[in-house]
Design a binder for this molecule. Structure first.
Ligand code: ATP
Ligand code: MG
Length: 420
Protein backbone atom coordinates (compact mmCIF):
# COMPACT_ATOMS: atom_id res chain seq x y z
CA UNK A 1 0.00 0.00 0.00
CA UNK A 2 1.26 3.47 -0.86
CA UNK A 3 1.31 5.55 2.30
CA UNK A 4 1.90 8.89 0.67
CA UNK A 5 -0.41 11.56 -0.69
CA UNK A 6 -0.95 11.67 -4.45
CA UNK A 7 1.34 14.03 -6.38
CA UNK A 8 0.26 17.65 -6.25
CA UNK A 9 -1.78 17.26 -3.05
CA UNK A 10 -0.81 17.90 0.55
CA UNK A 11 -2.01 17.63 4.11
CA UNK A 12 -2.67 21.04 5.55
CA UNK A 13 -1.52 20.83 9.16
CA UNK A 14 -2.96 22.96 11.91
CA UNK A 15 -0.47 25.83 11.80
CA UNK A 16 -0.94 26.15 8.07
CA UNK A 17 -4.69 25.63 8.38
CA UNK A 18 -4.89 28.69 10.64
CA UNK A 19 -3.51 30.78 7.80
CA UNK A 20 -6.09 29.42 5.36
CA UNK A 21 -8.87 30.18 7.85
CA UNK A 22 -7.53 33.67 8.42
CA UNK A 23 -7.45 34.41 4.72
CA UNK A 24 -10.93 32.99 4.31
CA UNK A 25 -12.21 35.04 7.24
CA UNK A 26 -10.79 38.24 5.83
CA UNK A 27 -12.16 37.45 2.38
CA UNK A 28 -15.62 36.63 3.66
CA UNK A 29 -15.68 39.82 5.77
CA UNK A 30 -14.79 41.91 2.73
CA UNK A 31 -17.37 40.07 0.58
CA UNK A 32 -20.06 40.57 3.21
CA UNK A 33 -19.32 44.28 3.28
CA UNK A 34 -19.85 44.36 -0.47
CA UNK A 35 -23.15 42.49 -0.19
CA UNK A 36 -21.99 39.05 -1.37
CA UNK A 37 -23.46 35.85 0.07
CA UNK A 38 -21.50 32.61 0.26
CA UNK A 39 -22.27 29.63 -1.96
CA UNK A 40 -20.95 26.08 -2.04
CA UNK A 41 -21.46 23.88 -5.06
CA UNK A 42 -20.68 20.15 -5.34
CA UNK A 43 -17.07 18.98 -5.55
CA UNK A 44 -18.06 16.97 -8.63
CA UNK A 45 -20.43 17.85 -11.43
CA UNK A 46 -21.41 16.35 -14.76
CA UNK A 47 -18.38 16.54 -17.04
CA UNK A 48 -20.42 18.28 -19.69
CA UNK A 49 -20.87 21.34 -17.46
CA UNK A 50 -17.15 22.06 -17.55
CA UNK A 51 -16.76 21.07 -21.19
CA UNK A 52 -19.31 23.73 -22.08
CA UNK A 53 -18.82 26.15 -19.21
CA UNK A 54 -15.02 26.29 -19.31
CA UNK A 55 -14.59 25.40 -22.97
CA UNK A 56 -13.21 22.41 -24.88
CA UNK A 57 -10.20 24.34 -26.21
CA UNK A 58 -8.93 25.50 -22.83
CA UNK A 59 -5.98 23.83 -21.10
CA UNK A 60 -8.26 23.06 -18.19
CA UNK A 61 -10.73 20.99 -20.23
CA UNK A 62 -8.39 19.56 -22.83
CA UNK A 63 -5.63 18.43 -20.43
CA UNK A 64 -6.28 19.03 -16.77
CA UNK A 65 -9.59 17.55 -15.68
CA UNK A 66 -10.07 14.73 -13.18
CA UNK A 67 -12.84 12.89 -15.01
CA UNK A 68 -14.25 9.49 -14.04
CA UNK A 69 -17.26 7.28 -14.54
CA UNK A 70 -19.29 6.62 -11.41
CA UNK A 71 -20.96 3.28 -10.75
CA UNK A 72 -24.01 4.45 -12.70
CA UNK A 73 -21.70 5.08 -15.70
CA UNK A 74 -22.17 8.85 -15.52
CA UNK A 75 -19.19 10.92 -16.52
CA UNK A 76 -18.33 13.17 -13.60
CA UNK A 77 -15.49 15.63 -13.10
CA UNK A 78 -13.89 17.06 -9.98
CA UNK A 79 -14.48 20.80 -10.07
CA UNK A 80 -11.46 22.44 -11.79
CA UNK A 81 -12.77 25.98 -11.23
CA UNK A 82 -15.69 27.70 -9.54
CA UNK A 83 -17.56 29.72 -12.14
CA UNK A 84 -19.31 26.94 -14.10
CA UNK A 85 -20.84 25.42 -10.97
CA UNK A 86 -22.04 28.77 -9.65
CA UNK A 87 -23.59 29.65 -13.01
CA UNK A 88 -25.33 26.25 -13.09
CA UNK A 89 -26.62 26.91 -9.59
CA UNK A 90 -27.85 30.38 -10.56
CA UNK A 91 -29.88 28.79 -13.35
CA UNK A 92 -31.05 25.68 -11.42
CA UNK A 93 -32.20 27.69 -8.44
CA UNK A 94 -34.05 30.32 -10.43
CA UNK A 95 -31.89 33.14 -9.15
CA UNK A 96 -32.80 35.19 -12.22
CA UNK A 97 -36.07 36.01 -10.45
CA UNK A 98 -34.25 37.53 -7.46
CA UNK A 99 -33.38 41.23 -7.39
CA UNK A 100 -30.29 41.67 -9.55
CA UNK A 101 -27.37 41.72 -9.26
CA UNK A 102 -27.06 38.39 -7.49
CA UNK A 103 -23.69 38.43 -5.74
CA UNK A 104 -22.10 35.17 -4.62
CA UNK A 105 -18.68 34.25 -3.25
CA UNK A 106 -17.02 30.88 -2.65
CA UNK A 107 -13.92 29.38 -1.01
CA UNK A 108 -13.28 25.90 -2.29
CA UNK A 109 -10.81 23.21 -3.24
CA UNK A 110 -10.21 22.82 -6.97
CA UNK A 111 -8.72 19.90 -8.89
CA UNK A 112 -6.56 19.99 -11.98
CA UNK A 113 -4.19 17.41 -13.43
CA UNK A 114 -1.30 19.88 -13.60
CA UNK A 115 2.38 19.77 -14.22
CA UNK A 116 3.21 20.19 -10.54
CA UNK A 117 5.63 22.96 -9.60
CA UNK A 118 5.92 25.84 -7.18
CA UNK A 119 2.53 27.55 -6.92
CA UNK A 120 0.90 24.93 -9.15
CA UNK A 121 -0.78 21.93 -7.55
CA UNK A 122 -3.36 19.28 -8.39
CA UNK A 123 -5.52 20.06 -5.39
CA UNK A 124 -5.57 23.74 -4.50
CA UNK A 125 -7.84 26.32 -2.94
CA UNK A 126 -9.56 29.15 -4.72
CA UNK A 127 -11.50 32.02 -3.29
CA UNK A 128 -13.63 33.88 -5.76
CA UNK A 129 -16.92 35.48 -6.56
CA UNK A 130 -19.50 35.97 -9.28
CA UNK A 131 -21.97 38.85 -9.77
CA UNK A 132 -24.90 38.26 -12.12
CA UNK A 133 -27.35 40.63 -13.73
CA UNK A 134 -25.55 43.92 -14.25
CA UNK A 135 -24.04 44.90 -17.57
CA UNK A 136 -23.05 48.27 -16.19
CA UNK A 137 -19.28 48.74 -16.10
CA UNK A 138 -19.50 50.27 -12.62
CA UNK A 139 -19.84 46.76 -11.20
CA UNK A 140 -16.55 45.81 -12.90
CA UNK A 141 -14.95 48.62 -10.94
CA UNK A 142 -16.69 47.51 -7.75
CA UNK A 143 -15.44 43.94 -8.16
CA UNK A 144 -11.86 45.06 -8.79
CA UNK A 145 -12.06 47.43 -5.82
CA UNK A 146 -13.16 44.51 -3.63
CA UNK A 147 -10.00 42.59 -4.54
CA UNK A 148 -8.00 45.69 -3.77
CA UNK A 149 -9.58 46.05 -0.32
CA UNK A 150 -8.85 42.38 0.36
CA UNK A 151 -5.19 42.74 -0.64
CA UNK A 152 -4.93 45.90 1.45
CA UNK A 153 -6.11 43.96 4.49
CA UNK A 154 -3.46 41.32 3.83
CA UNK A 155 -0.78 43.99 3.50
CA UNK A 156 -0.08 43.29 -0.19
CA UNK A 157 -1.90 46.18 -1.82
CA UNK A 158 1.05 46.86 -4.13
CA UNK A 159 0.31 43.86 -6.36
CA UNK A 160 0.16 44.93 -9.97
CA UNK A 161 -3.35 45.26 -11.44
CA UNK A 162 -3.54 44.67 -15.19
CA UNK A 163 -6.68 45.30 -17.18
CA UNK A 164 -7.78 44.86 -20.76
CA UNK A 165 -10.96 44.57 -22.81
CA UNK A 166 -11.68 41.65 -25.11
CA UNK A 167 -14.82 43.06 -26.66
CA UNK A 168 -18.20 41.48 -27.27
CA UNK A 169 -20.03 39.41 -29.88
CA UNK A 170 -20.14 42.46 -32.13
CA UNK A 171 -16.44 43.35 -32.28
CA UNK A 172 -14.84 39.96 -31.47
CA UNK A 173 -15.48 38.47 -34.93
CA UNK A 174 -13.88 41.33 -36.79
CA UNK A 175 -10.93 41.40 -34.44
CA UNK A 176 -10.40 37.65 -34.80
CA UNK A 177 -10.22 38.10 -38.57
CA UNK A 178 -7.56 40.81 -38.16
CA UNK A 179 -5.67 38.66 -35.72
CA UNK A 180 -5.59 35.54 -37.89
CA UNK A 181 -4.64 37.68 -40.87
CA UNK A 182 -1.63 38.93 -38.91
CA UNK A 183 -0.69 35.47 -37.60
CA UNK A 184 -0.91 33.86 -41.05
CA UNK A 185 2.74 34.68 -41.77
CA UNK A 186 4.01 33.31 -38.47
CA UNK A 187 2.17 29.97 -38.21
CA UNK A 188 5.21 27.78 -38.88
CA UNK A 189 7.16 29.25 -35.98
CA UNK A 190 4.34 28.88 -33.45
CA UNK A 191 4.20 26.16 -30.79
CA UNK A 192 1.89 23.22 -31.39
CA UNK A 193 -0.74 24.57 -28.97
CA UNK A 194 -0.82 27.87 -30.83
CA UNK A 195 -1.28 26.08 -34.15
CA UNK A 196 -4.50 24.67 -32.71
CA UNK A 197 -5.47 28.05 -31.20
CA UNK A 198 -5.01 29.66 -34.61
CA UNK A 199 -7.95 27.72 -36.00
CA UNK A 200 -10.03 27.11 -32.88
CA UNK A 201 -9.59 30.11 -30.61
CA UNK A 202 -7.38 32.87 -32.08
CA UNK A 203 -7.70 35.19 -29.08
CA UNK A 204 -5.77 32.70 -26.96
CA UNK A 205 -2.76 33.05 -29.26
CA UNK A 206 -2.05 36.21 -27.24
CA UNK A 207 -1.98 34.20 -24.02
CA UNK A 208 0.84 31.76 -24.93
CA UNK A 209 3.77 31.58 -22.50
CA UNK A 210 6.30 30.23 -25.06
CA UNK A 211 9.02 32.79 -25.84
CA UNK A 212 8.73 32.92 -29.60
CA UNK A 213 4.92 32.97 -29.50
CA UNK A 214 5.07 35.87 -27.04
CA UNK A 215 7.31 37.75 -29.45
CA UNK A 216 4.79 37.28 -32.25
CA UNK A 217 1.96 38.27 -29.90
CA UNK A 218 3.69 41.49 -28.89
CA UNK A 219 3.28 42.96 -32.39
CA UNK A 220 -0.22 41.64 -33.04
CA UNK A 221 -3.14 44.00 -33.64
CA UNK A 222 -4.46 45.26 -30.32
CA UNK A 223 -8.06 44.56 -29.30
CA UNK A 224 -8.63 47.82 -27.43
CA UNK A 225 -7.88 49.68 -30.67
CA UNK A 226 -10.58 47.62 -32.39
CA UNK A 227 -13.46 47.72 -29.90
CA UNK A 228 -17.00 48.63 -30.95
CA UNK A 229 -18.44 51.86 -29.55
CA UNK A 230 -20.21 50.20 -26.63
CA UNK A 231 -17.15 48.22 -25.54
CA UNK A 232 -14.94 51.27 -25.94
CA UNK A 233 -17.27 53.33 -23.73
CA UNK A 234 -17.40 50.57 -21.11
CA UNK A 235 -13.63 50.29 -21.05
CA UNK A 236 -13.40 54.05 -20.54
CA UNK A 237 -15.86 53.79 -17.65
CA UNK A 238 -13.76 51.06 -16.04
CA UNK A 239 -10.59 53.13 -16.33
CA UNK A 240 -12.31 56.25 -15.02
CA UNK A 241 -13.92 54.31 -12.16
CA UNK A 242 -10.56 52.92 -11.07
CA UNK A 243 -8.94 56.33 -11.31
CA UNK A 244 -11.77 57.77 -9.25
CA UNK A 245 -10.93 55.27 -6.48
CA UNK A 246 -7.19 55.90 -6.91
CA UNK A 247 -6.60 52.26 -7.80
CA UNK A 248 -3.45 51.97 -9.91
CA UNK A 249 -3.63 49.82 -13.01
CA UNK A 250 -1.70 48.99 -16.15
CA UNK A 251 -3.35 48.24 -19.47
CA UNK A 252 -2.02 44.91 -20.72
CA UNK A 253 -3.00 44.66 -24.35
CA UNK A 254 -2.35 40.92 -24.59
CA UNK A 255 -4.32 39.97 -21.48
CA UNK A 256 -7.17 37.63 -22.53
CA UNK A 257 -9.48 34.97 -21.14
CA UNK A 258 -9.95 33.58 -24.57
CA UNK A 259 -13.40 32.00 -24.55
CA UNK A 260 -16.36 33.17 -26.53
CA UNK A 261 -18.49 33.96 -23.53
CA UNK A 262 -15.85 36.12 -21.85
CA UNK A 263 -16.48 39.71 -22.81
CA UNK A 264 -15.22 43.20 -22.25
CA UNK A 265 -13.28 43.68 -19.00
CA UNK A 266 -10.55 41.20 -18.09
CA UNK A 267 -8.16 41.76 -15.21
CA UNK A 268 -5.37 40.13 -13.26
CA UNK A 269 -3.44 40.94 -10.12
CA UNK A 270 0.14 39.75 -10.49
CA UNK A 271 3.17 39.55 -8.28
CA UNK A 272 6.88 39.35 -9.01
CA UNK A 273 7.39 37.09 -6.03
CA UNK A 274 5.60 33.87 -6.85
CA UNK A 275 8.20 32.54 -9.27
CA UNK A 276 6.76 31.91 -12.70
CA UNK A 277 3.27 31.47 -11.27
CA UNK A 278 2.82 35.20 -10.75
CA UNK A 279 -0.91 35.52 -11.31
CA UNK A 280 -2.63 35.62 -7.97
CA UNK A 281 -6.07 36.77 -9.07
CA UNK A 282 -7.70 36.42 -12.47
CA UNK A 283 -11.11 37.72 -13.43
CA UNK A 284 -13.37 39.11 -16.06
CA UNK A 285 -16.80 39.72 -17.45
CA UNK A 286 -18.72 36.84 -19.06
CA UNK A 287 -21.90 38.21 -20.58
CA UNK A 288 -22.59 35.09 -22.67
CA UNK A 289 -21.96 32.29 -20.19
CA UNK A 290 -25.33 32.03 -18.44
CA UNK A 291 -27.07 31.75 -21.80
CA UNK A 292 -24.52 29.24 -23.04
CA UNK A 293 -25.30 27.00 -20.09
CA UNK A 294 -29.02 27.14 -20.72
CA UNK A 295 -30.19 30.19 -18.76
CA UNK A 296 -31.66 33.46 -19.93
CA UNK A 297 -29.23 36.00 -21.37
CA UNK A 298 -27.62 37.39 -18.20
CA UNK A 299 -24.45 39.42 -17.84
CA UNK A 300 -21.91 38.34 -15.25
CA UNK A 301 -18.50 39.14 -13.87
CA UNK A 302 -16.23 37.29 -11.49
CA UNK A 303 -12.74 36.35 -10.45
CA UNK A 304 -10.84 33.61 -8.70
CA UNK A 305 -7.61 33.66 -6.77
CA UNK A 306 -5.34 30.94 -5.54
CA UNK A 307 -4.99 30.82 -1.77
CA UNK A 308 -1.70 28.91 -1.98
CA UNK A 309 -0.28 31.69 -4.15
CA UNK A 310 -1.50 34.31 -1.67
CA UNK A 311 0.23 32.37 1.12
CA UNK A 312 3.46 32.23 -0.89
CA UNK A 313 3.24 35.95 -1.45
CA UNK A 314 2.74 36.62 2.27
CA UNK A 315 5.60 34.31 3.16
CA UNK A 316 7.99 35.94 0.73
CA UNK A 317 7.26 39.25 2.46
CA UNK A 318 7.48 37.79 5.96
CA UNK A 319 3.90 38.76 6.68
CA UNK A 320 2.36 36.68 9.43
CA UNK A 321 -1.41 36.80 9.38
CA UNK A 322 -2.01 34.56 12.34
CA UNK A 323 -2.07 35.58 15.97
CA UNK A 324 -1.29 32.51 17.99
CA UNK A 325 -3.73 31.76 20.74
CA UNK A 326 -2.52 30.22 24.00
CA UNK A 327 -4.42 28.67 26.90
CA UNK A 328 -5.59 31.22 29.42
CA UNK A 329 -5.45 28.64 32.16
CA UNK A 330 -3.73 25.32 32.68
CA UNK A 331 -5.11 23.26 35.54
CA UNK A 332 -2.65 20.71 36.90
CA UNK A 333 -4.15 18.07 39.14
CA UNK A 334 -2.99 15.55 41.69
CA UNK A 335 -5.31 12.66 42.46
CA UNK A 336 -8.68 11.47 41.16
CA UNK A 337 -10.74 13.75 43.38
CA UNK A 338 -8.98 16.86 42.22
CA UNK A 339 -9.18 15.70 38.61
CA UNK A 340 -12.99 15.25 38.83
CA UNK A 341 -13.31 18.71 40.31
CA UNK A 342 -10.94 20.25 37.75
CA UNK A 343 -12.54 18.56 34.77
CA UNK A 344 -15.91 20.04 35.78
CA UNK A 345 -14.35 23.46 36.20
CA UNK A 346 -12.60 23.14 32.82
CA UNK A 347 -15.87 22.13 31.18
CA UNK A 348 -17.66 25.16 32.63
CA UNK A 349 -14.93 27.59 31.59
CA UNK A 350 -14.75 26.17 28.07
CA UNK A 351 -18.52 26.66 27.81
CA UNK A 352 -17.81 30.30 28.61
CA UNK A 353 -15.50 30.40 25.60
CA UNK A 354 -12.27 30.30 27.56
CA UNK A 355 -9.27 28.31 26.34
CA UNK A 356 -8.37 26.01 29.25
CA UNK A 357 -5.94 23.13 29.14
CA UNK A 358 -5.90 20.12 31.42
CA UNK A 359 -3.80 16.98 31.22
CA UNK A 360 -5.55 13.93 29.81
CA UNK A 361 -2.60 11.55 29.60
CA UNK A 362 -1.86 10.95 33.30
CA UNK A 363 1.36 12.98 33.49
CA UNK A 364 3.06 13.56 36.84
CA UNK A 365 2.47 16.93 38.48
CA UNK A 366 5.96 18.08 37.51
CA UNK A 367 5.38 17.06 33.91
CA UNK A 368 2.03 18.87 33.90
CA UNK A 369 3.69 22.12 34.98
CA UNK A 370 6.34 21.67 32.33
CA UNK A 371 3.58 21.15 29.82
CA UNK A 372 1.79 24.32 31.00
CA UNK A 373 5.00 26.19 30.27
CA UNK A 374 5.45 24.62 26.87
CA UNK A 375 1.87 25.45 25.90
CA UNK A 376 2.46 29.07 26.87
CA UNK A 377 -0.46 29.09 29.28
CA UNK A 378 -1.11 32.49 30.85
CA UNK A 379 -2.01 31.12 34.29
CA UNK A 380 -1.56 27.76 35.99
CA UNK A 381 -3.28 26.34 39.05
CA UNK A 382 -2.39 23.19 40.92
CA UNK A 383 -5.31 21.34 42.48
CA UNK A 384 -4.92 18.42 44.89
CA UNK A 385 -6.99 17.08 47.79
CA UNK A 386 -5.64 19.79 50.15
CA UNK A 387 -6.73 22.60 47.86
CA UNK A 388 -10.20 21.15 47.42
CA UNK A 389 -10.71 20.65 51.18
CA UNK A 390 -9.32 24.01 52.23
CA UNK A 391 -10.94 25.87 49.30
CA UNK A 392 -7.63 27.65 48.75
CA UNK A 393 -5.21 27.40 45.83
CA UNK A 394 -2.44 29.34 44.17
CA UNK A 395 -2.81 30.87 40.78
CA UNK A 396 0.48 31.42 39.02
CA UNK A 397 1.14 33.98 36.33
CA UNK A 398 3.39 31.93 34.06
CA UNK A 399 5.12 34.89 32.47
CA UNK A 400 6.15 36.63 35.70
CA UNK A 401 6.16 33.66 38.07
CA UNK A 402 4.00 35.69 40.47
CA UNK A 403 1.71 33.56 42.63
CA UNK A 404 -1.45 34.66 44.37
CA UNK A 405 -3.68 32.74 46.76
CA UNK A 406 -7.35 32.64 45.85
CA UNK A 407 -10.41 30.63 46.86
CA UNK A 408 -10.96 27.53 44.77
CA UNK A 409 -14.59 28.65 44.45
CA UNK A 410 -13.36 31.89 42.90
CA UNK A 411 -11.22 30.34 40.14
CA UNK A 412 -13.92 30.78 37.46
CA UNK A 413 -14.61 34.37 38.42
CA UNK A 414 -10.91 35.25 38.59
CA UNK A 415 -10.25 33.80 35.15
CA UNK A 416 -13.38 35.16 33.49
CA UNK A 417 -12.86 38.61 34.92
CA UNK A 418 -9.13 38.35 34.36
CA UNK A 419 -8.41 39.44 37.93
CA UNK A 420 -5.24 37.56 38.78
P1 ATP B 1 -2.18 29.74 -15.00
O1 ATP B 1 -2.00 30.56 -16.22
O2 ATP B 1 -1.22 30.08 -13.88
O3 ATP B 1 -2.27 28.27 -15.27
P2 ATP B 1 -5.03 29.81 -14.99
O4 ATP B 1 -5.40 30.73 -16.08
O5 ATP B 1 -5.11 28.35 -15.22
O6 ATP B 1 -3.59 30.19 -14.41
P3 ATP B 1 -7.36 30.46 -13.48
O7 ATP B 1 -8.11 29.28 -13.98
O8 ATP B 1 -7.70 31.79 -13.99
O9 ATP B 1 -5.81 30.20 -13.68
O10 ATP B 1 -7.38 30.44 -11.89
C1 ATP B 1 -7.35 31.61 -11.09
C2 ATP B 1 -6.25 31.57 -10.08
O11 ATP B 1 -6.22 30.32 -9.39
C3 ATP B 1 -4.86 31.67 -10.64
O12 ATP B 1 -4.54 32.99 -10.90
C4 ATP B 1 -4.03 31.09 -9.53
O13 ATP B 1 -3.85 32.03 -8.47
C5 ATP B 1 -4.90 29.98 -9.02
N1 ATP B 1 -4.51 28.69 -9.63
C6 ATP B 1 -4.85 28.21 -10.85
N2 ATP B 1 -4.35 26.98 -11.04
C7 ATP B 1 -3.67 26.66 -9.91
C8 ATP B 1 -2.94 25.51 -9.47
N3 ATP B 1 -2.83 24.44 -10.24
N4 ATP B 1 -2.37 25.53 -8.23
C9 ATP B 1 -2.51 26.61 -7.43
N5 ATP B 1 -3.18 27.72 -7.78
C10 ATP B 1 -3.77 27.76 -8.99
MG1 MG C 1 -3.72 26.92 -15.67
Amino acid sequence: MKLSVPKGTKDILSNEMKKYRQIENIFSDVCNNYGYGEITTPVFEFTELFQRGVGETTDVVSKEMYTFLDKGKRSLTLRPEGTAGVVRSYINNGMASLPQPVKLFYMEKMYRYENVQKGRYREFTQIGLEAFGSNNAVIDVEVISLVNVFFEKLGISDLKLMINSIGCKTCRGEYNIKLTEYYKDYIDGLCSDCKVRYTKNPLRLLDCKVDNCQKVASNAPVFIDNLCEECKDDFTLVKQGLENLSIDFTINKTLVRGLDYYTKTVFEFVSDNVGTQGTICAGGRYDNLVELLGGKETPGIGFAMGVERILMELESRDINMVNEVFPKLYIATLGDNAYSFASKLTYELRKQNIFVDIDVTGRSLKAQMKNANKKNARYAIVLGDDEITSNKCKIKNMATGYEEEIFVDDISKTIIENKA
